[in-house]
Ligand binder design. Structure first.
Ligand SMILES: Nc1ncnc2c1ncn2[C@@H]1O[C@H](COP(=O)(O)OP(=O)(O)OP(=O)(O)O)[C@@H](O)[C@H]1O
Ligand SMILES: [Mg+2]
Length: 329
């Protein structure tokens, strides 16, 4: 500790901090924005699988809330790029009532998009319901995202590479966040591709059943087709909806799990042993319940309790968050 820190007068003066100079704030914003265009945000994570209903939105929502809760001094942003707007809805926001302060407005805002021209705070939302950490923010989705590919093709506003650059510009606006999670839709549309390229990492959510396990090698190959300079690295695979009976995981799930593990290590030989699997979350009615009520798992006692031999959902989410924090430093 320095003498300065010991001095009670300095301590008191520190508390009376002068209001921040707006031009300095603007300069700082511009700097981080420019950096974000060249270097990706190191802790940006696309949550992706073109298979639907596997738990991508649940994972984005629960992990975002958990990390915000565990790291109260860090700012966490979750971004909804799915036309279904599930993430926006579970956050308690009506996607039709965002006054166009949503991801689509930013994406279609033209190439001149800059932090100085955009009131970023207007785009950031806090959860409407209780139990949400105050440092967890949402960039809301828009139903019209559905037509984006068609509109882009029709208007020829952006070429493909230009649109991918635009996705980067949008994320760069929020470079002052410590963690950014992008909840991707179950498709390979340009927006999904653009955001995948704009993120440093990707996390895949999989249900250990035959159909999902088949899709995983294809998903990895799809990402591997992205040129190296833009390609995100695999943060890991989250196995969701694991069914455990007193006699253990079912045989079908065990086989699928073995297939998924083999695929992960084949495509990512550098992954340390088991690092590829960032969690095994149980199948639990409590997950549907809190998700449908628009609550995060935090503060929901049911989610932290376990009645059978399986680990409680809350503990699983926390373990996965710890793994992500350790990999995404
Ligand atoms: N571990 C779980 N146990 C039980 N139900 C779950 C679990 N995880 C997710 N669900 C339920 O499965 C449904 C689909 O989840 P979610 O919306 O997160 O999937 P998704 O992959 O985002 O779907 P989409 O591909 O449509 O975006 C939801 O009703 C959710 O509550
Ligand atoms: Mg979803």
């Amino acid at each position: 500790m320095t003498k300065h820190d010991d001095n009670p007068l300095w301590k008191a003066l520190d508390k009376l901090a002068l209001p921040t100079d707006p031009s300095k704030v603007a300069q700082e914003q511009e700097k981080t924005f420019q950096a974000g265009l060249h270097d990706k945000h190191p802790r940006s994570i696309a949550v992706v699988n073109y298979k639907g209903g596997v738990g991508k939105t649940t994972a984005t929502f629960f992990l975002g809330a958990q990390i915000a809760n565990d790291e109260p001094k860090k700012k966490v942003l979750i971004v909804d790029i799915d036309a279904q707007c599930s993430l926006t809805s579970v956050f308690g926001i009506d996607p039709t009532l965002t006054d166009d302060h949503n991801v689509l407005t930013l994406l279609t805002g033209g190439k001149a998009i800059k932090p100085t021209g955009i009131h970023r705070e207007a785009y950031l939302r806090r959860g409407r319901y209780g139990g949400f950490p105050p440092n967890l923010y949402l960039l809301a989705g828009a139903l019209e995202v559905e037509d984006l590919d068609f509109e882009l093709a029709k208007e020829q506003k952006f070429t493909r590479p230009e649109f991918f650059a635009q996705c980067r510009r949008v994320l760069a606006l929020f470079h002052n966040f410590d963690y950014i999670f992008v909840d991707c839709p179950p498709n390979k549309m340009l927006l999904t591709q653009g955001m995948l390229r704009a993120c440093s990492n990707y996390l895949t959510v999989v249900i250990p059943d035959r159909v999902s396990a088949y899709g995983i090698p294809r998903l990895f190959r799809w990402v591997e087709d992205i040129p190296l300079a833009d390609r995100p690295r695999l943060l890991g695979v989250l196995i969701n909806r694991v069914i455990r009976s007193p006699s253990g995981i079912t045989e079908v799930q065990q086989n699928s799990l073995a297939a998924i593990r083999a695929t992960v290590s084949k495509h990512n030989p550098k992954c340390e042993k088991d690092r590829g699997i960032v969690g095994m979350w149980p199948n639990s009615n409590n997950v549907c319940k809190v998700y449908d009520e628009g609550k995060s798992h935090l503060g929901q006692s049911d989610i932290w309790e376990t009645r059978s031999r399986q680990q409680a959902v809350g503990d699983c989410v926390r373990d996965t968050a710890v793994k992500i924090l350790s990999v995404c430093k």
